[in-house]
Write a protein that binds this ligand. Structure first.
Ligand SMILES: C=Cc1ccc(O)cc1
Length: 178
């Protein structure tokens, strides 16, 4: 993808893969102006995936976007995307229990919201683990808004490469071999 990002509409519907400087690899989709989907390929909670997370999404100035949300786990996230420079800055604020029991969160969260809410009550919130990192964007795709094929299955080894190699989506940004 080579377009220059100027407006909020340029950002909405964009699908990203990026690697944080700490090595954590994330895949994230601006599904619409208030919703995000994502999949985690590397890092403390690799294997986790989420659809239809409500988020606040704004353009700060042409081509620079801020996204923030709070999760059922109690994890808070703030991302600043500079897609024209292939980079972003993200800060993740993990409650202590996610650091202590990451395996509880490594699932398709949408089917386990009750477990996330029970766990955030049962275990410790503090001290939080704050992870502020820059990331390098390794893939950008124009998926269009509300495309349910973008994040539609659990992460697996090699998936980011399939996407980057153009083997995962067809010309209409639908998943191949579905
Ligand atoms: C905890 C979720 C999350 C999703 C995307 C990202 O870049 C950082 C955190």
């Amino acid at each position: 993808m080579t377009k220059e990002f100027k407006t909020l509409d340029d950002f909405l519907g964009t699908h990203f893969i990026y690697t944080y400087d700490n090595g954590w690899e994330y895949e994230w989709y601006a599904k619409n102006d208030h919703t995000v989907d994502y999949r985690i390929h590397g890092g403390m909670v690799a294997g986790r995936w989420v659809k239809d997370q409500e988020a606040n999404i704004v353009m700060l100035t042409p081509g620079i976007y801020k996204v923030a949300w709070t999760e059922p786990t109690g994890t808070d996230v703030a991302l600043d995307f500079l897609p024209n420079e292939n980079k972003l800055n993200g800060t993740i604020f993990f409650p202590k229990w996610v650091q202590d029991h990451p395996e509880i969160t490594v699932t398709f969260q949408n089917e386990h919201i009750d477990l996330m809410e029970q766990s955030r009550e049962k275990y410790a919130t503090y001290p939080k683990l704050v992870v502020p990192e820059f990331a390098h964007i390794t893939y950008m795709g124009d998926a269009g808004q509300n495309n349910e094929d973008v994040i539609s299955e659990a992460p697996y080894s090699g998936l980011p490469d399939e996407i980057r190699d153009g083997k995962y989506f067809d010309e209409n940004y639908h998943r191949v071999n579905k």
